[in-house]
Write a protein of this length. Structure first.
Length: 417
C-alpha cells in the first residue's frame, strides 16, 4: 500500500455536542487544534459531527463541505456514521480517530494512539479519568465508538466492546469544560513540550534556558507573534553579539557573549511557540537551520577577529580557517551518516545520546564564563580542534548503511524547529 493509499484510509471525526470546542488554547480554538493535529499525523480527512453551525467558519479550510454532519441527538449518530462511510468507501484496515471537540491533546500522544494496530479491543487514549478519551476505531465499530465518545466514554447504552486503554503522558488528553480548565490545558501542553525536549537539551539548557524560554513563549503564544518572527529577532540578537565580540576588549566580548546566550534562549522560543500554536512548517524549520548556521559562523568569525584585534597575532585568523574546515567536515559527516534515508542511525544508543549532548548549545554558557575571566581565546582554540574530534567520533558512532526505505518513516514525521 502506498503512502497516499494509507492516508486515504485514515479519517478523523470530531464530535461537537456542545460549543466547548470553540474555546481557545494558546489562541487556537480546541476543535481547530484537533483538526490540525490529525492532519499533521496523516489523518487528513476531517468530519465534524454534531452542532456544526459554530464550527464551519473555524474548520472550513480543513474539512470538505460534505464533511459537516448536523446531529442534535445521539440517536442520529448511526445515520451520521453510515453517511461518512457510504460517501467515502475506504479499504480494509483503515483507521478512524474519534474525539470530542472539547478535548486537548498533544501530537506525541495522538501519534502513539494512531500507530496502534488491529486489536480485539478498541484502542483508547485516556489520562485523567474524567472521560477525556480519544478512540481509534475500525469501520465496523464506528457508530458504537461515536456514541461512546459523544457521552465522554460513559455508558451510551450501546457499548462496542471493552477498550484497550493507552495511558496518555503529561496529563493529556484533558477536557476544557469547567472554570480554569483552559489554563490547565495550556500548562499540560507546556509540560509535554518540556518532556519532549528533555532528551536533547543539555544540562544548562534543561535547567536554565528552557525555563526562561517556556516562561516567555507561553506569553508570546497568546499574541500574534509568529515563530518565524521570533527566529529572525533571535538571529539579529546573535549577529549583534558577534559584532560586539569582534570589537575585542573585555567588556565588548562579555556583552557579546551574553547577547549570544540570549540568542540561544530565543532559539528555543520559536520552536515552543510553533508547537503551542501548531505553526510548525518546513519553511520555519529551514529558516531556523539557516539562521543558526549564519549566527554560529558570525560568532566564531567575530571571536577570531576580536582576539586578533587584542593581540595582533595572526594565529587566531588561522584558527578560524581550521575551525571552518571542521564545521564543513561535521556537516559532511552528518549528511552521509545521519540524513541519508538509507543510513542506519547510531550503532550504540548510548553513543548517540553522548554525541547529542556534545552537540547541544550549552557552549554559550562556557563562552560567557571564559569571557568573564578574560580567557575567551581558549574557547576558539578548543573549538578549532574539537570540531575534528567531534566529526571523527560521529563517524565512528553512526552505523553502517542499511536498506531502510524512506517509506518506513512515519507519516507524522515533521521537522521541528
Amino acid at each position: 500500500m502506498t503512502d497516499q493509499e494509507q492516508k486515504e484510509g485514515k479519517i478523523s471525526i470530531i464530535l461537537t455536542p456542545d460549543t466547548e470546542g470553540i474555546k481557545k488554547v494558546f489562541g487556537v480554538p480546541a476543535a481547530r487544534r484537533l483538526a490540525l493535529l490529525c492532519t499533521q499525523i496523516g489523518f487528513g480527512e476531517i468530519h465534524i459531527v454534531g452542532g456544526t453551525d459554530h464550527f464551519k467558519e473555524l474548520l472550513s479550510d480543513l474539512a470538505a463541505p460534505d464533511g459537516f454532519h448536523p446531529v442534535g441527538d445521539p440517536g442520529e449518530l448511526d445515520d451520521a456514521a453510515n453517511a461518512i462511510l457510504a460517501s467515502h468507501p475506504r479499504p480494509e484496515g483503515g483507521k478512524i480517530l474519534v474525539m470530542r471537540a472539547d478535548l486537548v491533546v498533544d501530537k506525541a500522544n495522538l501519534q502513539n494512539l494512531a500507530q496502534m494496530g488491529e486489536e480485539p479491543q478498541i484502542p483508547c487514549l485516556e489520562s485523567d479519568g474524567s472521560g477525556a478519551r480519544i478512540f481509534l476505531s475500525s469501520y465496523r465499530n464506528l457508530a458504537a465508538v461515536m456514541k461512546q465518545a459523544w457521552t465522554l466514554g460513559g455508558n451510551s447504552g450501546d457499548t462496542c466492546s471493552e477498550f484497550s486503554i493507552l495511558s496518555g503522558k503529561n496529563g493529556l488528553p484533558c477536557r476544557l469544560k469547567g472554570a480554569g480548565n483552559g489554563k490547565n490545558a495550556e500548562r499540560k501542553l507546556v509540560d509535554a513540550i518540556r518532556a519532549q525536549t528533555k532528551a536533547t537539551d543539555g544540562f544548562m539548557s534543561r535547567h536554565v534556558s528552557r525555563h526562561i524560554s517556556l516562561m516567555m513563549s507561553t506569553r508570546l503564544a497568546l499574541t500574534r507573534v509568529t515563530p518565524n518572527q521570533v527566529t529572525l529577532v533571535g538571529a539579529g540578537i546573535g549577529l549583534l553579539g558577534a559584532f560586539f565580540i569582534a570589537q575585542g576588549g573585555y567588556w565588548h566580548q562579555l556583552a557579546g557573549c551574553l547577547l549570544f546566550l540570549f540568542c540561544i534562549i530565543i532559539d528555543g522560543i520559536d520552536g515552543e511557540i510553533a508547537r503551542m500554536k501548531l505553526q510548525e512548517s518546513e519553511f520555519g524549520h529551514k529558516l531556523d537551520i539557516v539562521t543558526d548556521n549564519i549566527v554560529h559562523v558570525a560568532i566564531f568569525s567575530g571571536l577570531a577577529a576580536g582576539c586578533y584585534r587584542q593581540t595582533g597575532d595572526h594565529l587566531y585568523i588561522q584558527l578560524l580557517a581550521v575551525l571552518l574546515g571542521g564545521f564543513a567536515l561535521c556537516g559532511a559527516v552528518v549528511y552521509l551518516r545521519l540524513l541519508k534515508p538509507e543510513v542506519e542511525s547510531f550503532r550504540s544508543p548510548a553513543l548517540g545520546r553522548l554525541l547529542t549532548m556534545m552537540s547541544n548549545r550549552d557552549f554559550a554558557y562556557l563562552m560567557v564564563l571564559l569571557a568573564a575571566v578574560g580567557r575567551l581565546n581558549w574557547f576558539l582554540i578548543g573549538a578549532a580542534f574539537g570540531s575534528y574530534i567531534f566529526a571523527a567520533a560521529l563517524w565512528m558512532a553512526t552505523g553502517a548503511e542499511k536498506n531502510v526505505s524512506a517509506a518506513a518513516r512515519t507519516d507524522s514525521e515533521m521537522p521541528t524547529r
